[in-house]
Design a protein around this ligand. Sequence first.
Ligand SMILES: Cc1cc2nc3c(=O)[nH]c(=O)nc-3n(C[C@H](O)[C@H](O)[C@H](O)COP(=O)(O)OP(=O)(O)OC[C@H]3O[C@@H](n4cnc5c(N)ncnc54)[C@H](O)[C@@H]3O)c2cc1C
Length: 363
Amino acid sequence: MYDLIIVGAGPAGITAAVYAARKRMQLLVISKDIGGQAAWSGDIENYTGYQFISGPELAAKFEEHMRQYNIALKENESVNGIRKTQNVITVTTEKGSYECRSLIIASGKRTRELNVPGEKEYKNKGLTYCATCDGPLFADKDVAVIGGGNSALDAALQLVNIASKVYMVNNVSVLGGDAIMREKLEVNLKVTIFNDSRVKAILGDKMVKALRINTAQGEKELAVQGVFVEVGLIPNSEFAKDLDKNKLGEIRINPQNETNIPGTNSKMLKKKIIKIGNKGIEAIAIKLLTKTFVLLRGSKGYIMCGYLNLKVAQKFQDAAAKIVGVASIEDALKAQIHSCTPQAKKIGIKPGQPVKDALRIIA
Ligand SMILES: Cc1cc2nc3c(=O)[nH]c(=O)nc-3n(C[C@H](O)[C@H](O)[C@H](O)COP(=O)(O)OP(=O)(O)OC[C@H]3O[C@@H](n4cnc5c(N)ncnc54)[C@H](O)[C@@H]3O)c2cc1C
């Protein structure tokens, strides 16, 4: 049983994995690929700290960072269902099933299809959804990019450096996306933009040969060898059948990032009064997934002990004088940590810290 399973290893899933690994959680990442959409991006100019980095380079850096932590990873595996019974969440894939107490869904989005004649027939035969992956195959060819948002602009900007001509087919009256990218395309002589235009069909024999579009001036056929579809994204959320979603298929969450299934996300903190040791000292045990942290009241202040281990706790009696137990968490919340065990220090709890901050770290 894992403390945490993360679905997806795009930027969000990898970031969650790094944070969870640093909290020493037993975790598993399950993903179809590593890097997600970031790996398909061309030039990234808005990632703080890098004035410029390519998508595949940034994705490789994310992966390298995650792998430093020796995280269990199921790559090329696709989650097809999640189920919660009592306190156990079961995640199923085509290869097996895995159990956890908490689940983070970071399955991101995928490209939307055009749904026009010829799309299925010419997929990977000149028609593609990824300029970063397939752009280099179209050196000195004529290509069309369908769409008018940031993804389409990004694809067209990559393709102007490779192809001889780039048509853009955009179904509204002006290109959307970031002005900085739009301006670069609007002045590029290789680029012809068809606004207010829709794709009717992809034509070809074995490979793509042309694109039929409806423009404000009537129907046109553009001779192209490549078609790059960039008409938006849809959420990869089908496997989360029991979760509330909006009409776009995005999973609804509250401000704490919780879904409608209670306990799936930040309900990890359990608090109860327990008796420890043969003297029956009362303490507050805070359960963080599989690990228990104990907050004891000593006569000099509070002691935070990692794990439920009386011997370690007793070692700290000296520092905090006699353990006198804990009356209530409300009382402890006003106090500071007097001393803490190495396990507690490992997760960032330190003497002098307000107890409430220590509890926040555990939560
Ligand atoms: C062409 C392009 C250019 C972009 N350029 C920029 C840019 O310059 N700057 C910027 O800020 N953003 C850019 N973006 C957007 C950015 O890449 C995304 O916002 C970001 O990747 C989202 O991260 P994510 O982890 O939420 O999801 P994703 O990147 O979508 O990752 C989702 C992960 O989940 C996995 N997954 C999905 N379903 C399942 C399943 N059922 N089982 C297991 N795994 C699953 C996927 O394989 C993937 O690894 C660009 C996007 C594209 C497509």
